[in-house]
Design a protein around this ligand. Structure first.
Ligand code: FES
Length: 353
């Protein structure tokens, strides 16, 4: 047995009081979980500590919390590991972010997470006619959706999503990973409609800022951001969906800038996103309103010197040999006859190393 001190974030909205921290010291074997530690605090010191849990085996997704600032499953985190990663030897546990707190460590999954999951029509819309027996689908296609099927709906990715912090209406990583589960499923009949819907939604697939936080947060390796990027590739490259938010063109502008300069030229990003490679020639009146709405952002960027007039006139570039290296990557990828998608799920047997 070893001693561990847990610092728990306590909050009861009904009390009218502010949140506060409370410390308890418990005795448990180091390989026991943080959840067991919290349950011991509850049993020994204060029965009113609020924590949601069920399976205690990283299956049900109920016990999502933030441990030392990072989202994780309390039942999936060993006490000794959590202590090692703490600031001062005390394991800090608080509720997940981006969702309202119901009590202590319990957040309201319904108003944020489940509402967004329902938004993406989370069921299969079967191709017709339905075969008399089972649908026969390529094995690879099902392996591809296995990654998004591994989601246990714990909300860890939602908790750390930076886009959702800025735009609470963003559909979010968990729901979009769920959407890929059906868009990637050959038995589903609504691939185009689903993608069009998610591309046209101002809070949809193009609202993700590509920050990787959800990939780090997910305890099951779902990599929600990768699923969002797959949705984008399918929408923009395969189904040629030009969304009214200009997301597809914005992404294309990123790609063309990196190809040209070897790195992102932010000063040119906006005009190229809205006007194509030659702003005046390719400016689309349909996106004029969208462009006008970004003027305050441009003004702020100038004021904070994120963009300077000098940088606009004289963009920074990589050295020629480095640009050539980047271009070689583009040539290699774009020269392929078909796009390769990699999935981290590897099939085989343990002995097949
Ligand atoms: Fe089920 Fe932790 S209690 S995932």
């Amino acid at each position: 047995m070893s001693e561990f001190t847990l610092r728990l974030r306590r909050y009861d909205p009904e009390s009218g009081g502010a949140p506060y921290w409370e410390e308890h010291t418990i005795d448990l074997e180091p390989h026991r979980s943080v959840l067991e530690g919290i349950l011991q605090c509850k049993a020994r010191f204060d029965g009113s500590i609020g924590i949601r849990c069920s399976c205690r085996a990283a299956i049900c997704g109920s016990c999502g919390v933030r441990i030392n600032g990072d989202p994780d499953l309390a039942c999936h985190t060993h006490l000794d590991r959590a202590k090692k990663h703490s600031k001062d030897g005390v394991i800090e546990v608080e509720p997940m972010g981006n969702m309202p707190v119901i009590k202590d460590l319990i957040v309201d999954m319904e108003t944020v997470h489940w509402k967004k999951i329902r938004r993406v029509t989370p069921w299969l819309i079967a191709k017709q006619p339905v075969p008399e027996r089972e649908y026969i689908v390529p094995r690879e296609a099902m392996v591809d959706v296995t990654q998004s099927m591994a989601c246990i709906q714990c909300g860890a990715c939602v908790s750390d999503c930076l886009s959702m912090e800025v735009d609470p209406e963003f559909i979010g990583p968990a729901a979009l990973a769920k959407a890929y589960r059906f868009v990637g499923d050959p038995r589903d009949d609504q691939h185009f409609e689903r993608l069009k819907d998610l591309a046209e939604d101002t809070h949809g697939i193009y609202d993700c800022t590509h920050c990787f936080a959800c990939i780090d947060a997910c305890p099951k390796g779902v990599a929600p951001m990768s699923q969002i990027m797959r949705l984008r590739r399918l929408a923009g490259n395969d189904f040629k969906i030009e969304d009214r938010n200009n997301g597809e063109r914005h992404e294309a502008a990123f790609v063309s800038l990196v190809k040209q300069y070897g790195l992102l030229n932010e000063a040119e990003l906006l005009p190229r996103s809205y006007g194509g490679d030659s702003p005046l020639a390719k400016f689309k009146p349909s996106v004029a309103a969208e462009m006008a709405s970004t003027l305050p952002a441009i003004a702020r960027a100038l004021l904070r010197r994120k963009v300077t007039p000098a940088a606009v006139l004289k963009p920074h570039k990589l050295a020629k040999e480095d640009r050539d290296q980047v271009k070689r990557i583009y040539d290699e990828v774009e020269g392929r006859e078909q796009r390769d998608e990699f999935n981290i799920y590897i099939t085989g047997r343990d002995e097949d190393r």
